[in-house]
Design a binder for this molecule. Sequence first.
Ligand code: NAP
Length: 288
Amino acid sequence: MMPSGHIQIAAVMGHPIAHSRSPFLHKFWLKEYGLNGSFVALDVTPENLQKELRALPSKAFRGTCVTIPHKETTAQIVDELDESAHAIGAVNLVTVLPDGRLRGQNTDGYGFIENIRGHGTWEQSRKHAIVFGAGGAARAVVYALAQEKFEAITILNRTRAKTEALTASIQPAVKAKLQVADWAARNDVLKDADVLVNTTSLGMDGHPPLEISIEQLPSSALVTDIVYTPLATPLLKAAMDRGNPTQDGLGMLMHQARPAFKAFYGQDPDVTPALRQALVDDIQKTHT
Ligand code: NAP
């Protein structure tokens, strides 16, 4: 716990920043736990990123969340990286250390796993995961699945070169066998999957759906989508229709913010149905 009477300040940096849900989440928890803290959204251009990050200690900020398009560049700027940020090559949480140095972490993979842990046949079978996409979020998801001791992870992306770059950089850090398949083979690789993850932006509001037939997927396989607008993406609807366990992407968003809140304000916050409902209402309000 922080000393009372002393306001803890933290931020989220991105460009643009209006889309970020971080202020909503952190302000919800500050109120929930009655903490004396503030959280601000900062629109920081790529040219100003280094200057703004370096100014955090002198402005007495505890740290900052980092969002699009700064996650990769921040990994180059901070003084030290935790293991996951190093392996993923991207940072979404910067904390100011007592000596003023900056530490970069990546909590996206943590949020992803916390959201799906315990679902489907998680405890019985964690052999083969399939990941669609090879963008920034995919890197965090693949690394996190490998940490959860999956034996093999098959990654498919429209642009195959990005899949190969992802596996080349993450494979040395993990035991799981990372394998690449062609995007065109996405209906045919599903036979023995325990988990299927969409990390592409397909299925998101304003984007085309992910075109796929999941007929060959075992009915016990967990299907999860990290897109959360809409909550029930076409992929999740198709999985629900045939009785597969499913999990939407909103939990990842909530759980990835927990280590940041703990680092800024000293409290490990809970992800509750009330928070989820408040977030759903806020997303609906800003989408209409
Ligand atoms: P990104 O780095 O821009 O990657 C986008 C991915 O989508 C790439 O794999 C890209 O393939 C693929 N893609 C885009 N359009 C496509 C199309 N028409 N056909 C096939 N593939 C297509 O984005 P990101 O940061 O990884 O984010 C991806 C999604 O995850 C976004 O919708 C984001 O909102 C969501 N997300 C959710 C959370 C959460 O907390 N739930 C966290 C992070 C991200 P190419 O490489 O071929 O372009």
